[in-house]
Design a protein around this ligand. Structure first.
Ligand SMILES: Cc1cc2nc3c(=O)[nH]c(=O)nc-3n(C[C@H](O)[C@H](O)[C@H](O)COP(=O)(O)OP(=O)(O)OC[C@H]3O[C@@H](n4cnc5c(N)ncnc54)[C@H](O)[C@@H]3O)c2cc1C
Length: 601
C-alpha cells in the first residue's frame, strides 16, 4: 500500500512537539494516557488502510451523482465507512461522556481524522460534518433536541449538515432570505433554497439533520436577524416513525475534486410543510453557527495539510524510484541514469512540499491543542487560549489551503508527465485540495477576518499574546547555537509584522477602513509565513533536544536531522516572502481601487 502519511511524524507532533500529555492534566481528559492515545491513533490508521484508502481513486471515478428524483447515488462503500467510523467512535468520540462520547481531546480525535483526510478526504467530510452538527446541538439545543438528534448522528444512522449558503448569499451570510414562520405548535415553517450543501443527500444513511440558518418573519435585517434551526429531512413523529419533512434535494453539483462528496441543492418547504425547530434563542443563529464554522475552519486547514501530506508522500515515493538523466558533473553518457531525487531542483520541490505539509499540520495540531486547553481550563487561562485560537484559526485555514495547493501542484511537477495522468494519485489530490481555499469562507474572507476582527480584538491583545507565546519558544531555540540565528530571524520578522500593523492602523485611525483592509490577503500571506516559520523552529528545537539524548536509533537521527534541515530550508526559501509582503503592504501607492472597469479589458 502506498504511504499517505507518516506515523513517525504524527508521534513526533503529538508527543514531542505539542505534548498531548499536558492535556491529560485537565480533569476532562484525565481518563487518558499516552499509550491509550497512540492505540487510538493506530486504530484509525488500520481503519483507513482497510476501508478508506483503497476507495480513494474509485470514489473519484464513480462520483456522487444526482438521480433526477431527489436522491444522490453514492458508492456502497460510503455506508460501510460511516457505520464503521461510528462504531469506532470517530463521529462522536470527542463528545462528553454524558452525550455518549469518549471525551477525547481534539489532539487525538483530529489526529485520527488527519489519517482519514490523507487517506480519502471526500469520505472524511461526511464524518466531520456529522461531528460538527451534533456538537452544535449539544452546545445550544434543548434536552429534547439533544435526545432526538444526537444519538442517531453519532451512531452513523443520520447525517448532519450545515446549511448556510443560498444562491445570492455565499460569503455574505447577512443576505440570506430563507424564511421561518412561527406556528402555534412550537415549530416554524421554513421556505427557501440552500445551495452547495455538503453531504446533503446520499445513500449511506436513513435521515439528514440540516443545521440551517433562516430569518424569522419580521427579524431585523443583517446578521442580527438570523436564527439557527434543526431541519430533519424526515421528522420523527410521536409514534417513533419518520415522516417526510418537505426537504427536497433538487440536484448535486458536479465538481473538479472531492467527487465522492455530495454537494447538494436543497429546497425547503416546496409544499409548505417543512417543519423547523429553533435552536437556542431567536436571532442568535449566526453566533451559534460560528462554533461549527470555527471548528470547520480548523478542520479544513488540517484537511488541506493532510491532502498536501498525501501528495508529498506519493511524490517522494516516485522520486525514490524514478531514474532520469545524470548530474551536471557526470560527463559519461554510458553511466546509468541517476534517480531524480539526486537532482537539486527535485530536492527543492520535495523540501518545499515537506515544509508546507508538515508545517501546516504542526499548526493544525497547535490549534487542536489550544481548543483542548480552552475546553479543559477556566478563567484567565481559558480566555487566553481562546484569543490565541481565534487569531490562529483563519491563518491555519488559509495558509494550509493556499500553500497546500501549491504543494500539491509541485507533487505533480516532481512526477513530470506522469503526474498529470490518472495513473498516479497526485492529480486527484491537487484537484481535491482546491476547494479548501473556497469553502468555510474564502481566502479573501478569512483575511478580512484576520485583519479586520482578530488582530483588533481587545485592542490587539491576541497579537501581543501570540508574540509572547512565540517568544517562549524562541528562548528554547536559543539554547542551541545552530538554531540561534533562526530565532533571531523570526524575531526580526515578528517585529516587521508589528511595524506593518502600525502602518496599516494609521488608515483605520483616520476612518479609512477600506484602505486598512484592502491588502488584507497580503497581510494574511505575510502572517502565514511567519507562523509556519515559528512551527518549524519549534519542531527543529525539539529535534535538536532529541539529538542531545543518546538513546535513539540511526533512523531517528536522520528523522531529526530532516526536521532541522527542513526548518533551514523554510527560512531560506519561504520565509523571505514575508518581507516582500511587507514591502507591498507599506507601499502607499494603491492599485486595487479602480472604478473604471475598462482598465481590466
Ligand atoms: C464543494 C462545495 C461545498 C460546500 N459546502 C457547503 C456546505 O456544506 N454548507 C454551506 O452552507 N455552504 C457550502 N459551500 C458554500 C461555500 O461556503 C461558498 O461557496 C463560499 O463561502 C463562497 O461563496 P460564493 O460561492 O457565493 O462566492 P462569493 O461570495 O460570490 O465570492 C466570490 C469571490 O468574491 C470574493 N468576495 C466576496 N465577498 C467579498 C468581500 N466582502 N470582500 C472581498 N472579497 C469578497 C470571494 O473571496 C470570492 O473570491 C460549499 C461550496 C462548495 C463549492
Amino acid at each position: 500500500m502506498a504511504r499517505y502519511t507518516s506515523m513517525e511524524f504524527l508521534r513526533f507532533l503529538l508527543f514531542d512537539t505539542h505534548h498531548v500529555e499536558t492535556i491529560f492534566q485537565y480533569e476532562k481528559y484525565a481518563h487518558l494516557d499516552v499509550e491509550q492515545a497512540w492505540m487510538i491513533i493506530e486504530s484509525a490508521k488500520l481503519f483507513a488502510d482497510q476501508e478508506m484508502y483503497p476507495y480513494f481513486k474509485i470514489l473519484d471515478e464513480q462520483p456522487a451523482v444526482y438521480d433526477g428524483k431527489g436522491g444522490v447515488k453514492t458508492h456502497p462503500q460510503l455506508k460501510k465507512i460511516i457505520q464503521g467510523a461510528a462504531a469506532q467512535s470517530w463521529i462522536g468520540g470527542a463528545a462528553k461522556f454524558e452525550h455518549g462520547g469518549l471525551q477525547l481531546p481534539e489532539m487525538i480525535f483530529n489526529t485520527g481524522h488527519h489519517i482519514f483526510q490523507a487517506a480519502n478526504n471526500s469520505v472524511q467530510g461526511y464524518l466531520g460534518l456529522s461531528t460538527g452538527s451534533a456538537d452544535l446541538i449539544t452546545s445550544f439545543g434543548n434536552q429534547e433536541q439533544i435526545d432526538t438528534y444526537v444519538p442517531p448522528i453519532y451512531e452513523g444512522r443520520w447525517q448532519g449538515t450545515m446549511a448556510l449558503t443560498e444562491p445570492q448569499a455565499g460569503s455574505s451570510l447577512s443576505d440570506i432570505i430563507t424564511s421561518a414562520t412561527p406556528t402555534d405548535n412550537g415549530y416554524y415553517l421554513v421556505k427557501g433554497q440552500k445551495i452547495f450543501i455538503s453531504g446533503g443527500q446520499h445513500e449511506a444513511v436513513d435521515n439528514f439533520v440540516h443545521l440551517t440558518l433562516a430569518r424569522i418573519e419580521g427579524a431585523p435585517a443583517g446578521v442580527k436577524g438570523i436564527s439557527l434551526f434543526i431541519i430533519p429531512k424526515y421528522r420523527p413523529t410521536s409514534d417513533g416513525s419518520l415522516m417526510y419533512n418537505d426537504v427536497h434535494c433538487a440536484g448535486d453539483f458536479q465538481k473538479m475534486g472531492q467527487r465522492g462528496y455530495s454537494t447538494t441543492h436543497l429546497s425547503f418547504g416546496d409544499n409548505d410543510d417543512c417543519r423547523a425547530f429553533l435552536v437556542g434563542e431567536p436571532h442568535k443563529g449566526l453566533s451559534y453557527m460560528f462554533q461549527m464554522m470555527n471548528g470547520a475552519r480548523i478542520s479544513v486547514g488540517q484537511c488541506a495539510a493532510s491532502v498536501a501530506m498525501a501528495a508529498y508522500q506519493a511524490s517522494l515515493q516516485y522520486c525514490l524510484e524514478r531514474p532520469q538523466g545524470r548530474l551536471a558533473s557526470e560527463k559519461d553518457p554510458t553511466k546509468s541514469p541517476t534517480l531524480i531525487i539526486n537532482h537539486a531542483d527535485v530536492q527543492r520541490m520535495l523540501f518545499t512540499q515537506k515544509s508546507i505539509a508538515e508545517g501546516s499540520l504542526s499548526l493544525a495540531m497547535e490549534c487542536n491543542k489550544l481548543y483542548d486547553q480552552v475546553h479543559g481550563s477556566s478563567g484567565e487561562e481559558k480566555d487566553k487560549h481562546l484569543l490565541l485560537l481565534e487569531l490562529l484559526t483563519p491563518i491555519v485555514k488559509t495558509y494550509a489551503s493556499e500553500h497546500g495547493s501549491r504543494s500539491a501542484a509541485l507533487a505533480i511537477q516532481t512526477l513530470g508527465g506522469y503526474g498529470f495522468t490518472t495513473d498516479f494519485p497526485v492529480q486527484q489530490l491537487y484537484r481535491d485540495l482546491k476547494i479548501m481555499s473556497l469553502y468555510e469562507g474564502t481566502t479573501g474572507i478569512q483575511s478580512l477576518d484576520l485583519l479586520g476582527r482578530k488582530v483588533t480584538m481587545q485592542n490587539g491583545k491576541a497579537v501581543k499574546l501570540l508574540i509572547n507565546f512565540i517568544s517562549t519558544d524562541l528562548q528554547a531555540s536559543r539554547e542551541f547555537d545552530n538554531l540561534t540565528p533562526y530565532a533571531f530571524e523570526l524575531e526580526k520578522e515578528l517585529s516587521r509584522m508589528g511595524k506593518v500593523l502600525e502602518h496599516l492602523s494609521g488608515f483605520a485611525l483616520k476612518g479609512n477602513i477600506e484602505r486598512y483592509l484592502s491588502d488584507a490577503t497580503v497581510f494574511m500571506e505575510m502572517a502565514g509565513h511567519i507562523i509556519i516559520a515559528w512551527q518549524w523552529l519549534k519542531m527543529a528545537t525539539v529535534a535538536a533536544q532529541k539529538m542531545k539524548e543518546s538513546n535513539f536509533s540511526t533512523n531517528s537521527l536522520a528523522f531529526y536531522q530532516g526536521k532541522i534541515h527542513t526548518m533551514e530550508f523554510f527560512f531560506k526559501y519561504e520565509l523571505p516572502h514575508a518581507e516582500a509582503c511587507a514591502r507591498t503592504l507599506e507601499d502607499l501607492h494603491t492599485l486595487t481601487n479602480v472604478n473604471s472597469f475598462e482598465m481590466f479589458q
